[in-house]
Design a protein around this ligand. Structure first.
Ligand SMILES: C[S@@+](CC[C@H](N)C(=O)[O-])C[C@H]1O[C@@H](n2cnc3c(N)ncnc32)[C@H](O)[C@@H]1O
Length: 223
């Protein structure tokens, strides 16, 4: 454990080296890209063609082709850290531009409440900034995401990802995220890349999940 003193505060930081991680709604693994291989990672993605790409990039991970929402319910207690990226299209601000109106997908809030009350490890649920006031206040807004977590995540400066007007958007994102999809066919590569959490942000969040931060304030009297 390392101790650091900041003014009157003593901050103790334990770093957990090996975590059993559940990566739900894995996509091709933008959030996971820089996590390395020292952890035991289980990824859940329901589209076999996307799960295959994830498996190609991260051969050491266990990849489960299944419904992530149900998998969480049945397996949550087997993991130390759970990352969930439930589908965002029904929450996105782009919804307001679409004629066909749909119900927001409440699995997002089901998972936040479920993890908050029943799960003993660390969790982070990530979604877009919605077109409505979030029903549960996010713990932080990072980049283009609302996040709900039960551990401290330091703010992080990220450059805005304004690639949608770029002529060669796919190539740009491939290069930026470090995923080469040239050899894959029959999939919307641009969408897969646009769905990715920026790898540096995924790494930043895992770095904080690995830490147990204890803050001691001398002479602090409980009210
Ligand atoms: C926003 S993307 C995830 C992005 C990922 N976190 C990343 O950083 O690359 C959501 C993914 O969840 C998958 N998905 C949607 N509904 C699912 C479900 N019920 N079970 C498992 N995967 C699902 C989609 O196919 C898509 O690949």
């Amino acid at each position: 454990m390392a101790f650091r003193t900041v003014g009157q505060l003593t901050i103790g930081i334990f770093v957990q080296k090996h975590l059993r991680i559940l990566n739900l709604y894995a996509g091709i693994g933008g959030n996971r890209k820089l996590w390395g291989d020292e952890h035991e990672i289980t990824a859940v993605e329901y589209k076999p063609e996307i799960a295959k790409i994830y498996r190609d990039f991260f051969p050491n991970d266990k990849v489960v082709v299944a419904d992530a929402h149900q998998y969480l319910l049945e397996h949550f207690s087997e993991f130390d850290f759970i990352w969930s990226s439930p589908p965002c299209p029904t929450h996105s601000r782009t919804r307001t531009m679409q004629k066909k109106k749909v119900y927001p997908d409440m699995r997002l809030y089901q998972e936040i409440i479920f993890l908050k009350y029943w799960y003993k490890g660390k969790y982070l649920v990530e979604n877009v900034i919605p077109y409505y006031k979030p029903l549960i206040s996010p713990t932080r807004i990072l980049h283009r995401h609302c996040i709900w977590s039960n551990f401290w995540v330091q703010d992080m400066a990220t450059e805005p990802l304004q690639t949608c007007k770029a002529v060669k958007e796919r190539e740009l994102l491939q290069e930026k995220f470090g995923f080469n999809l040239d050899d894959y066919t029959g999939i919307d590569k641009r969408l897969l890349l646009r769905n990715c959490v920026v790898p540096e942000l995924g790494k930043h969040i895992l770095d904080w999940a690995e830490k147990d931060v204890i803050i001691e304030q001398p002479n602090f009297i409980l009210p």
